[in-house]
Write a protein that binds this ligand. Structure first.
Ligand code: SF4
Ligand code: SF4
Length: 136
C-alpha cells in the first residue's frame, strides 16, 4: 500500500508538471519518458531535470499552495510529519500536529494528502495553481 501511495503521489506530481509545461517541452519529456519505459531511475532523472527548469511567477510566500489539516479527523499519528521531506508539519503541545511552515511545501506536491491514513489533509484545487508555474 505505501509503495502504491508513493506511485500515486509521483503520478499526480507528474501530471501537474505536464499540465504546466509549454507544448514543445511537453513533447520532449513525453518522448524521453517513453524511451525510459519502466526504468524508475531514468524517469526520476527526467523529472529532476524538469524541476530544475521550473520557476514561479510570484515569491513562494505569496502562493497559497500548502496542506490544511482537519483537526476533527486528525488522530495525531505523525505520518505526515515523518513523511514530509520539507518539514512543513510540526507537533504543537495544544493542537497536536500542525502545518507550521506552509510555504516550505513543494509547489503542486500533495504527497502527504495520500499518506494520511485518516483523510485529514487537503489541498486547494490544483488546477488553479498551474498559472503560477513556468519553465525556462
Ligand atoms: S497523517 Fe493525518 S492523521 Fe496523522 S497526524 Fe498527519 S494529518 Fe493527522
Ligand atoms: S505536499 Fe509534499 S512538500 Fe507539501 S507538505 Fe505534503 S509532503 Fe510536504
Amino acid at each position: 500500500m505505501p509503495k502504491e501511495n508513493n506511485k500515486k503521489a509521483m503520478r499526480k506530481m507528474g501530471q501537474a508538471m505536464m499540465a504546466t509545461m509549454p507544448l514543445q517541452m511537453k513533447f520532449q519529456v513525453m518522448f524521453r519518458m517513453l524511451l525510459a519505459g519502466n526504468d524508475e531511475e531514468k524517469r526520476k532523472k527526467i523529472m529532476g531535470e524538469v524541476k530544475q527548469r521550473r520557476r514561479f511567477t510570484h515569491p513562494r510566500d505569496q502562493i497559497e499552495w500548502y496542506p490544511t489539516i482537519d483537526h476533527l479527523k486528525c488522530q495525531g499519528c505523525r505520518v505526515c510529519l515523518e513523511f514530509c521531506p520539507k518539514g512543513v508539519f510540526a507537533e504543537d503541545a495544544d493542537k497536536g500536529v500542525i502545518v507550521s511552515r506552509p510555504y516550505e511545501c513543494v509547489m503542486l506536491c500533495s504527497g502527504c494528502e495520500i499518506k494520511c491514513p485518516h483523510e485529514a489533509i487537503s489541498f486547494p484545487n490544483r488546477k488553479q495553481f498551474y498559472r503560477y508555474v513556468y519553465y525556462i
